[in-house]
Design a binder for this molecule. Structure first.
Ligand code: CMP
Length: 446
């Protein structure tokens, strides 16, 4: 059985899309021009028939999805298909040109066959309904920007419609003996009318009611399509870079607020720098709020992926078990500090431990005048307050833009209780730091 998300099925859908597009262009042309097909057209027509036939067969093996439920029972799939598209699909899969050739060789009156086929061929256009389905799937599953995909699909339908309208126009006006030029003129008329440009250099014959009615119908249709297309394009362009638009809006809001509340210029600058850094480092997305709607299991997978980089950077995480990593990683929360910001100050009560993903922080001595240590990517701090249940022993200040992840006290306690290895490593380092601090302050007091 072929499932809807099968990669090969997608590739096959791509081929069918191409084949149906070819048919959708060719069928009206044949109706209008009634030409004797050249050899390559006959070959293409036969290939098309084979593809359509193969698609009919594949339909019997394709798992259908209805209201989120997969229908995998072969009999049920066949029953549904037979009751819906089976007959038109089968008719569309007739190798018309090939039959025509064989019939000619067998002495059947060709004019009759030709007439019947000209009309019968129209069933191939019915395959466009399948195509609409395929395009919907592409739209749903594409990893490209949704706006661009929508724009592409819209352009596809507009060009197809323009082609049909042009063929319709050709059927009701007098023609020359240059079919290519005739077609181009018809397309030109169609596009100027639909785009409401209307130069008026190609106009309906005022004595022909059919031409007048046709033109008026295309004008009315054109206005609608034009409005729809323009509206869609405007909407898509506006949405093309939602992140940037959102960031700009945020900046405008913040600037207006800061001016209204007379925030000092230096502080304004820091706030602006913070947002600019958020924009540069993560395009302004607040990653956790973007995924709040996801169910917990999906959220865990996304967070796992997002936080993976910090796991690779922090040496004490290396070689840890998968359960430990999974439990820890979903609890890590990102925070950003700009240069000069205090993460916390000495003496405060602390309930977070921090890991450095990017940037450097300095650990400051009692009166903040002396730097005890500089910690960078992959190191951690703030563990002492949690381990020894005491106030912060030092202040920590960001030296440049810092991407940090923090663990809160409850997770820290839970993880430590569950994974003694981790507890051992953190405690060892905390003791080392503590004794080096004691030594320094001992020296100072001496
Ligand atoms: P905590 O006391 O919670 O807050 C300040 C943090 O600074 C402390 O935990 C340690 O993580 C860190 N720290 C203290 N002394 C040193 C040191 N000598 N070297 C590196 N980090 C330190």
């Amino acid at each position: 059985m072929i499932y809807p998300d099968n990669q090969w099925k997608h590739a096959w859908d791509g081929i069918i899309l191409f084949a149906v597009t070819f048919a959708a262009f060719e069928v009206p042309l044949r109706l209008v021009f009634d030409y004797r097909p050249e050899e390559w057209v006959t070959v293409a027509d036969t290939i098309l028939a084979v593809l359509f036939l193969a698609d009919v067969v594949l339909q019997f093996y394709s798992v259908q999805s209805e209201q989120g439920q997969l229908i995998t029972d072969r009999r049920e799939i066949a029953r549904r298909y037979m009751q819906s598209w089976f007959v038109p699909d089968l008719l569309a899969a007739m190798p018309f040109d090939l039959i025509y050739l064989v019939a000619g060789a067998a002495g059947v009156p060709l004019l009759l066959v030709q007439r019947i086929f000209r009309v019968l061929r129209i069933v191939r256009i019915l395959r466009l309904f399948h195509l609409a389905q395929i395009l919907r799937t592409i739209q749903r599953q594409s990893t490209l920007h949704p706006g661009l995909v929508r724009m592409g699909i819209l352009a596809y339908w507009v060009f197809l419609a323009a082609h049909w309208i042009s063929c319709g126009w050709l059927a009701i006006v007098s023609r020359t003996d240059d079919p290519v030029l005739d077609y181009l003129n018809a397309l030109y008329w169609c596009l100027t009318t639909m785009a409401t440009v209307g130069y008026g250099d190609i106009t309906p014959d005022r004595t022909s009611a059919v031409q007048l009615l046709y033109t008026m119908a295309v004008m009315i249709l054109g206005v609608g399509v034009y409005g729809y297309v323009i509206g869609n394009i405007a909407n898509m362009i506006a949405n093309l870079d939602v992140a940037r638009a959102h960031h700009q809006e945020k900046m405008e809001q913040i600037t207006a607020f800061m001016r209204y509340r007379n925030i000092p210029p230096a502080l304004q600058m820091r706030i602006r720098n913070y947002y600019n850094y958020l924009w540069e480092s993560r395009r302004g997305y607040d990653e956790l709020s973007v995924i709040t709607d996801l169910p917990d299991s999906l959220k865990a997978d996304v967070v796992m992926h997002l936080n993976m980089e910090i796991l690779e950077k922090v040496p004490i995480f290396r070689g840890s078990s998968n359960e430990f990593i999974r439990e820890l990683v979903v609890e890590l929360r990102p925070v950003v500090y700009t240069p000069g910001d205090y993460v916390f100050r000495r003496g405060e009560l602390g309930d977070r431990m921090y890991f450095i993903s990017k940037g450097k922080v300095e650990i400051l001595s009692e009166d903040d005048s002396e730097v005890r240590a500089v910690l960078s990517e992959g190191e951690f701090f703030g563990e002492m307050a949690l381990l020894f249940h005491q106030p912060r022993v030092a202040s920590v200040r960001a030296l440049d833009y810092c991407d940090l992840y923090y663990l809160d006290r409850s997770t820290f306690d839970r993880v430590l209780g569950r994974y003694p290895e981790f507890k051992k490593k953190v405690t060892e380092l905390a003791r080392e730091r503590s004794s080096s601090d004691d030594a320094v302050s001992g020296e100072l007091h001496a």
